[in-house]
Design a protein around this ligand. Structure first.
Ligand SMILES: [Zn+2]
Length: 449
């Protein structure tokens, strides 16, 4: 059950409506049910708003929990805008390879042997890791996604979750409208709005040419958004150019992919024209700095995208190419990568990467009432404890979050008003059971390649 909580005397770091960050010192944040109902510096007003909300909901007892914010920062949970959660089973087992060898020689042969139970337990493990590190939502692209959806609902984790939506037989690929519609009917909006459903269009290199238009019309008919990989490697761009005579962005645009609300992962190798196309479409591009560097895919030019009006969020990609889902690490790396690449230390400031990791990610995933600490928004919050040598003295809290913090500094995480991590402990996942299940399953599937 969602709690009624008064967060008191916190340093609050939050995106505002002008696309910047606000920092509030000694602030009070009141949460009732799944909503934030007060943000400000007046304890009396915060308490009054809780009492009024309690009366309006017919309660006779006035009561709430208090959470002390001494030496603590309250900020929105992170939106990990590109992940493949069940790939945690392949963590640390396919490293130091280029993307094509990694994908076709190691990952795909193993994926053929995954069972539904593998996906379920791997999903729980991935969610446990993300929650521990302050992530409250993920845009996830994988297979057997009903298992991941069940794990998310059981955990209380927020997701924009891809469904494969297709089948393959001897005659080739086919859309599976029945399966996609059933998945949407079952899970879209489930858990009081925790889950949003989308369609996987893996990439421009995965399917035959004739199939892309079918996929887009399937997404339109069933009214779901799309998740896709785009322009991740130079090889992808060269092959696409040879096959279609245009860049991956143009090819996908020609098929209508960007006419749907779309999360497009990577965008490493883009032209000015590509960026204009992405800016004009309903697209959020997701920067995955660790994965791009580890697979030597290249350096995504976030500044150029922002300059041309492309919306950009942040993601971890899957655990077989990262090999973790720590958004603190991604923020730090995104900022450092941009500075190092351009020889400009002002590029991708701490403020900009926090905005990418929070508000921009939630907007791209379609959760418009998340990623900001303001009255009326969903109570998706994390607490960072900076009473530790590595973050002391805290200095500028915005800098501290990007340049000094890490997943281990996250003390508590609330999603839609529920604490899923409370003072260091996961509240909805039996982590020892999940660890035991996933270690034996990982051992089994890594035998296959
Ligand atoms: Zn990916």
């Amino acid at each position: 059950m969602a709690r009624t909580v008064l967060f008191k005397n916190f340093t609050v770091v939050t995106p505002n409506n002008e696309g910047r960050l606000d920092v509030l010192k000694d602030a009070f944040v009141a949460v009732k049910g799944d909503r934030i109902i007060y943000v400000g510096d007046d304890r009396a007003l915060a308490v009054r708003s809780l009492m009024e909300a309690q009366r309006e909901s017919g309660g006779t007892q006035i009561g709430f929990d208090e959470y002390n914010g001494k030496n603590k920062i309250l900020l929105p949970t992170f939106a990990n805008a590109h992940s493949h959660i069940p790939m945690v089973l392949m963590r640390n087992s396919a490293d130091d390879m280029c993307l094509e060898d990694w994908l076709f020689k190691r990952i795909l042969p193993r994926e053929e042997h995954l069972t539904k139970e593998d996906i379920y337990f791997a999903s729980l493990l991935g969610m446990a890791e993300m929650i521990h590190g302050g992530t409250g939502a993920a845009a996830d692209m994988y297979y057997m996604s009903d298992e991941t959806a069940c794990a998310a609902l059981q955990t209380g984790f927020r997701m924009n979750l891809c469904n494969d939506g297709k089948t393959r037989d001897d005659s080739g690929w086919h859309t599976d409208r029945v399966a996609l519609q059933a998945f949407k009917n079952t899970f879209h909006g489930a858990g009081d709005g925790l889950i949003r459903v989308s369609l996987m269009v893996h990439s421009i290199y995965m399917y035959p040419q004739s199939f892309y238009s079918e996929l887009v019309s399937e997404a339109a008919d069933i009214d779901v958004s799309i998740q896709v990989h785009v322009a991740e490697t130079r090889t992808e761009v060269e092959n696409c150019s040879a096959q279609y005579g245009v860049t991956p962005v143009k090819a996908l645009a020609n098929f209508g992919v960007f006419d749907r609300p779309c999360i497009a992962a990577h965008g490493v190798h883009l032209t000015d024209e590509d960026r204009d196309i992405l800016a004009a479409g309903h697209v959020t591009v997701v920067h995955n700095p660790s994965s791009n560097m580890k697979l030597a895919s290249g350096f995504c030019d976030v500044q150029a995208m922002k300059k041309q009006g492309v919306r950009v969020a942040l993601g971890t990609d899957g655990c077989a190419s990262n090999n973790n889902t720590d958004m603190y690490m991604e923020m730090r790396l995104a900022s450092f990568m941009a500075k190092g690449k351009t020889h400009n230390p002002a590029y991708l400031s701490a403020e900009e990467v926090i905005l990418m990791a929070t508000r921009s990610g939630y907007e791209g995933m379609g959760f418009m009432d998340c990623g900001m600490i303001a009255a009326g928004m969903s109570a998706d919050l994390q607490i960072v404890d900076y009473d530790r040598p590595s973050m002391w003295p805290v200095g500028d809290p915005v800098s501290a979050l990007v340049y000094s913090a890490g997943a281990s500094a996250v003390e508590s995480v609330m999603i839609a008003g529920h604490f899923v991590k409370y003072k260091g402990e996961l509240t909805t996942i039996d982590i020892e059971k999940v660890k035991a299940e996933t270690s034996k399953r990982a051992e089994r599937i890594t035998q296959f390649a």
